[in-house]
Design a protein around this ligand. Structure first.
Ligand SMILES: C=C(O[C@@H]1C=C(C(=O)O)C=C[C@H]1O)C(=O)O
Length: 409
């Protein structure tokens, strides 16, 4: 990352919570994340307060954090947060690195500093008394199951092979719900997930999530990775005992649903005539309270001399058949007609770009959008010809539980 290290510009050491609160108070966009299996927690703050929308070009962009809506025509609606300030903390929340990029101007840094020094506001407690607001759950369920029935009918007529249908669930947050404490809680509960907290002042919303799905990742050695993740079952059996990964059984419906996503990824490689990918799987993996089928894909971009592969694949992959369907255009048309609501950033992608020469973008799943004392959770399920509406609804309920149970909401 490009940095300025002069004696007179340096952010004094503050706690993670204090930095986050200062960013929120000042109306600065901010993103806090923890990569899967990592202990380091990273925070960036964009001091421009600008609602910057662009195409996520991993070769061109400075260090920052991208968050894309599900609907992103030509990819140009990706919201980009520039890393004017960057902080990294270890598992004990000790500051281990801080950087100020050349783009940040001195006066804004000073104003930020002064505000961060004003620590008058006491740290909110982490209350755990939720008030579920699913008064309209009945009609939500009817609408969702009706859409599943419609999709099955259309698939039997050959209109498409798979569509991913989603729904929302509303929850009232406890008084003074602490976003950063909730982020830490998710980090502890889900060590294998990508945990993120993103504050977007222009919309007044903060997004919190724990996703298991990599969309595009390119590390500092030029290793490109993506995955197909589809097929879902509970990680516990009827007696609430954990299902061992070796003993998990998958139905033909789930195997087919998963295969469609893998085939979609391979088609993307074919479009760019790339044959040198390694494929491994499918295997059963645990994602919190759920099990999924996963196939991993990997390409050594240095060996194939294709450094821009991450950007090219991002363009081709999103939205994959894991969140949209097959074929993409018919599935999308069906979603737009039957879901009847804006998915916003749910099932888009998000993650750090060019932070220490790495970019890691994940599908925005197991996520909730918080605005004031309300939260909206989003969850979807892959529908094929053999789907049973009640089971698909149950799957979305389990997916909502990934966040609700961990946060005791
Ligand atoms: C759509 C979601 O998850 C996706 C759909 C899956 C499925 O249909 O089995 C599994 C994992 C994800 O790719 C979600 O979590 O909301």
């Amino acid at each position: 990352m490009e940095t300025v290290h002069t004696e007179n510009i340096s952010i004094r050491t503050h706690s993670l919570s204090n930095l986050w609160r200062t960013a929120e108070r000042g109306g600065y966009p901010a993103a806090l994340w923890r990569l899967p299996r990592a202990s380091e927690k990273q925070l960036i703050i964009d001091l421009s307060s600008e609602d910057r929308r662009l195409k996520a070009d991993l070769e061109e962009l400075p260090a920052g954090f991208a968050i894309s809506p599900f609907l992103n025509p030509e990819g140009e609606q990706t919201r980009f947060l520039r890393a004017d300030l960057y902080f990294s903390f270890d598992a004990e929340e000790t500051l281990i690195a801080e950087e100020i990029t050349a783009s940040a101007d001195f006066w804004r840094i000073q104003a930020f500093e002064d505000d961060a020094d004003d620590d008058s506001e006491d740290v909110p407690e982490y209350h755990l008394k939720p008030i579920p607001m699913d008064g309209n759950a009945g009609s939500e369920r009817e609408k969702f199951e009706e859409a599943v029935r419609q999709a099955v009918t259309e698939m039997k007529l050959g209109a498409f092979q798979k569509v991913v249908l989603s729904r929302r669930k509303w929850v009232e947050l406890p008084a003074r719900f602490d976003h950063v404490a909730a982020f830490h809680r998710l980090c502890e509960t889900y060590p294998n997930a990508f945990i993120s907290l993103v504050s977007l002042p222009e919309s007044g919303c903060v997004w919190l999530g724990a996703t298991p799905e990599v969309l595009v990742s390119q590390d500092h050695q030029g290793m490109f990775r993506t995955m197909s993740l589809a097929g879902t079952q509970s990680a516990t059996d009827a007696q609430q005992q954990p299902v061992s990964l070796e003993h998990a059984r998958w139905s033909d419906k789930e195997i087919e649903e998963h295969a469609l996503v893998s085939r979609y990824i391979i088609e993307c490689f074919k479009k760019i005539r790339l044959r040198e990918y390694q494929e491994s799987g499918p295997k059963t993996v645990k994602a919190g309270n759920l099990l999924h089928l996963r196939t991993d894909f990997q390409v050594d971009t240095q060996a194939v001399n294709f450094p821009q592969l991450g950007t090219v694949m991002l363009d081709l992959l999103h939205p994959t058949s894991a969140v949209c369907g097959t074929p993409k255009s018919s599935a999308l048309r069906f979603i737009e007609h039957y879901e009847n609501y804006d998915r916003s950033y749910y099932s888009g992608f998000l993650g750090p770009i060019n932070i220490h020469n790495e970019s890691h973008l994940f599908v925005n799943l197991r996520t909730m959008q918080m605005e004031g004392d309300q939260a909206v959770l989003y969850a979807g399920a892959g529908i094929t010809e053999n789907s049973i509406p009640e089971q698909e609804w149950h799957e979305t309920e389990m997916k909502c539980q990934t966040l609700l149970a961990a946060l005791a909401l």
